[in-house]
Design a protein around this ligand. Sequence first.
Ligand SMILES: Cc1ncc(C[n+]2csc(CCOP(=O)(O)OP(=O)(O)O)c2C)c(N)n1
Length: 587
Amino acid sequence: MSEQITGAQSLIKSLEAAGAENIFGIPGGAILPAYDPLMDSTAIRHILVRHEQGAGHAAQGYAAATGKVGVCMATSGPGATNLVTPLADAHMDSVPMVAVTGQVGASMIGTDAFQEADIRGITMPITKHNFLVTDPAEIPRTVAEAFYLASTGRPGPVLVDVAKSALQAMTSFRWPTELNLPGYRPVTRPHSKQIREAAKLILEARRPVLYVGGGTIRAGAARELRVLAEFTGMPVVTTLMARGAFPDSHPQHLGMPGMHGTVAAVAGLQRSDLIISLGARFDDRVTGNLDSFAPGAKVIHADIDPAEIGKNRLADVPIVGDCREVISDLLVALKGESDAGHTGDYEAWVEFLAGIKKRYPLGYDQPADGSLSPQYVIERLGKIAGPEAIYTSGVGQHQMWAAHFVSYENPNTWINSGGLGTMGFSVPAAMGAKVGCPDRTVWSIDGDGCFQMTNQELATCAINDIPIKVAVINNESLGMVRQWQTLFYNERYSNTDLHSKRIPDFVKLAEAYGCVGLACDSPADVDATITKAMEINDAPVVVDFRVHRDAMVWPMVAAGTSNDDIKYARDMAPRFDDTEDDWEVNP
Ligand SMILES: Cc1ncc(C[n+]2csc(CCOP(=O)(O)OP(=O)(O)O)c2C)c(N)n1
């Protein structure tokens, strides 16, 4: 008979066998049996966070930076429900993550027992899959399946809810050698016929655009993407989730499309005759009003998740497959065509877009009163910390500026909450990224509103030697909401003033948490302050950048309107139709 151990021991052995090295969590009654053997694990480092939401976002940051599965742990009831936001976030942004929660004892389930919540039911629509384990013998197989499901196909969060009775019961441990998941067979190899069709459309097109989404990053396809782009000469746009998938410094790069996209990226998609979507999902923040989005474009839609294809926009050539394999196969097909003398002709189009890019570069005004511009702070931060650093952000204006004004040259260096738009994401995500990549500089670029949602994880960082750096872009308001009030609500600023240049004192707050606190309110001090923060590596650093409050994010396509109505700045519409003759090349 094989050795008898507790279900809790089996859970820890299973997590070790699955390759978990770092777990972010908080113990409590139902999960407590698991925390006992966890103490003896030499393979797993458990990081005690201050709020389960922080554990979830840290697991996301870890996963996004390393490409490995991020793991978090919580007790039943409120511990588990505090994971709901990160699970929903990871689901929207396809982050590979496993959440382990304790559940009340099997015989108590359904009795409204103390700290009972039906977390399986609650998270059903926001997880890739979830399990409730009541039989201890099922623990190893369930953990193995959870890691497999989280990391294969379209990555996503998987929840494993384990009844306390299963953790306490005796069982034997056997790690499965193979998994049997009927109905789960993600297609990774694209169909060769679809690749041929796609290659044909690419050669016929005169105004193609590579529309690159976060799937390209999750698939580790940045290198292949660059080869494909350079081989064909096609222009590239990278969505908010894909910043870093293609170098910002590359001349073919038009930048980020969408609501706050560059004029060149928006015009590129809007006027395109062929959109090659790679791991993107035609999100409403990219398309604007769907009916008027890219009216003349055919679509090649490549995605590992067949449910994405045709969801928002009809695909002329659907390709189900892993982005890296799709790109590699497309390249082989196009090289074959090129050897036979068939290449695309995009010269007029590339020239047209280069003109737009030159005419409408990203920019911002310096405040007339000499106060600090948020864009300037972020731009300098990107320059000084450089393209090897990892940047996380919260949600709001600072997020859009961080997406624009840091130059991303490498994949997995920009980590943000794209789909769900979760304020409070930045600090814990930075913590997770730093745990995953301890030798890299990790900057959390955060808003003063977002920062006040999860900054308690600074204590976790200080105590556990996780020296992240935080730039609080303190405009003393919920800036993005205030921007909408300025533009669409007659400057009636209902409940967006945070008074955060007065309360709290972020420098003192940082110091109270065992971090170094710095402040900066003058353009002349920005470089020196960032340099000083860069030199501190034995403690987390928080810099309170006290910026001008009226800066706005431009360009902007107002919600629900057409991308054709993009504004370059307030009341300033760019004209990308006036050179129509230059790009209207008949196919
Ligand atoms: C949890 C959550 N609550 C509310 C919102 C709505 N929201 C989006 S941006 C924003 C303002 C963010 O303010 P701040 O962190 O100061 O960033 P800023 O826009 O000023 O850069 C709000 C309230 C949200 N995205 N997430």
